[in-house]
Design a protein around this ligand. Structure first.
Ligand code: ADP
Ligand code: MG
Length: 376
């Protein structure tokens, strides 16, 4: 589908943004011991920028002269890449800035994109040092390809760009509650899952989506009046230098969703998760069919009424990506281009790429091929 692959130049100049606090706190040691020698052999010159606080990497890439670098490498968890991406989007020249290939090396406790890229490459499932070695090897080969991003807007007017997923309910709680166990590495999610299972709760709200099967702008219900999505969501200027991309599939959150959208009949959920990569974590293959640029958001939701045992079975099966084969009536998975979630009340937490967000109405849509990422 006209996918433009690219190759990093040699010699190659890499800016490595490294969070020394990520994961078990060994990112810098691992970089020096595992990554540095491999990059040197591949004629990739690495300049390491060690972050000192949250948002440090975001500010760095927002203000950086990017012509000095051939690739921006993030050695941390998904959270730091989320910062880097949103820092690039704050630049007036964001469109050009997003052409700089990004690369993720797993240094955190949540390394979902690294695990996804390892999976897309056809490699065996691995974790820890082996995953780091695989991802570094992919960087040494230097191939890069387009990646889809999702633009998320909240009722209070925030806008984010996201590469991994948006969550609410059970999984979001596990993600955030387990931050205190970061030093356990990926095991933090197993422990967090068991804890959240014990005090399983129900979240109320309304979920709507635009199915991927319908062509954008072609209502499924042909009798529906022409109350289609407005050309722009009205949140951003549609054009001009630096204007952010318009969310042409969305209408403002104050208005009802367009008539060709589907409104989910359930209003009580255990969890909602919109994922756009295959892996939710190193050991969680949530969307086996997902690819870097498939133009799809894979929308999962679990309705209330599921038993703890059934929910645990889903999580165990997700290790091998076989959870949909369980045919659990509470588990739904739909490929969509856009979605809206309107929680009733503001209790609970939402996550974007594993980072916490206050609970409020949110909607998002896919933007195909928006940035570039190092991949096999
Ligand atoms: P992990 O997978 O271990 O959570 P992340 O890359 O997601 O690793 O990073 C977690 C958070 O740490 C991010 O929100 C980031 O802003 C923050 N951060 C970055 N640098 C530092 C630092 N030096 N000290 C503390 N926090 C930092
Ligand atoms: Mg994180």
């Amino acid at each position: 589908d006209g996918v433009s692959y690219g190759l990093l130049p040699r010699p190659c100049r890499a800016l490595v943004l490294l969070n020394p606090q990520s994961g078990a706190g060994r990112a810098l040691e691992d970089f020096q011991a595992v990554v540095q020698p491999m990059l040197a052999d591949a004629d990739i010159a690495a300049t390491v920028f060690v972050t000192e606080r949250p948002h440090h990497a975001q500010e760095k890439v927002r203000d950086e002269d990017l012509s000095q670098w051939d690739v921006l490498v993030v050695m941390s968890g998904d959270g730091l890449l989320h910062e880097v991406l949103n820092g690039l989007m704050e630049r007036p020249d964001w469109e050009e800035a997003l052409q700089t290939p990004l690369c993720i090396l797993p240094g955190g406790s949540g390394n979902a994109l690294a695990a996804s890229i390892n999976y897309y490459a056809g490699n065996d499932h691995v974790a820890k040092k082996k995953l780091l070695t695989n991802c570094t090897f992919i960087l040494c080969k230097g191939l890069h390809a387009p990646m889809d991003l999702v633009s998320l807007s909240t009722a209070s007017g925030k806008r984010f760009f996201s590469f991994l997923g948006f969550g609410w309910g059970f999984i979001a709680d596990v993600d955030i509650d387990s931050e205190k166990y970061r030093r356990l590495g990926n095991a933090r999610f197993t422990l967090g899952t068991l804890q959240c299972l014990v005090r399983l709760r129900v979240y109320q709200g309304r979920l709507s989506y635009l199915p991927a099967a319908t062509e954008p702008g072609t209502p499924r219900d042909r009798k529906a009046p022409a109350r289609r999505a407005a050309p722009t969501a009205g949140t951003e200027a549609p054009s001009g230098h630096g204007a952010l991309p318009a969310d042409t599939l969305l209408v403002p959150l104050g208005q009802p969703v367009p008539p060709h959208w589907v409104v989910v009949p359930e209003e009580e959920f255990v969890c909602v998760y919109a994922i756009y990569q295959s892996h939710l974590g190193t050991n969680l293959l949530m969307a086996p069919a997902a690819r870097l640029h498939d133009g799809c958001i894979h929308l999962f939701y679990v309705g209330a009424g599921i038993s703890r045992v059934a929910l645990l079975k889903i999580f165990l099966a997700m290790g091998r990506g076989t959870h949909l084969d369980l045919n659990c009536p509470h588990l739904h998975c739909v490929p969509v281009r856009a979605f809206r979630l309107e929680p009733r009340g503001s209790a609970g937490i939402m996550t974007v790429d594993g980072e916490a967000l206050a609970c409020e109405p949110v909607q998002g849509q896919i933007h195909g091929h928006m940035c570039r990422v190092v991949t096999a």
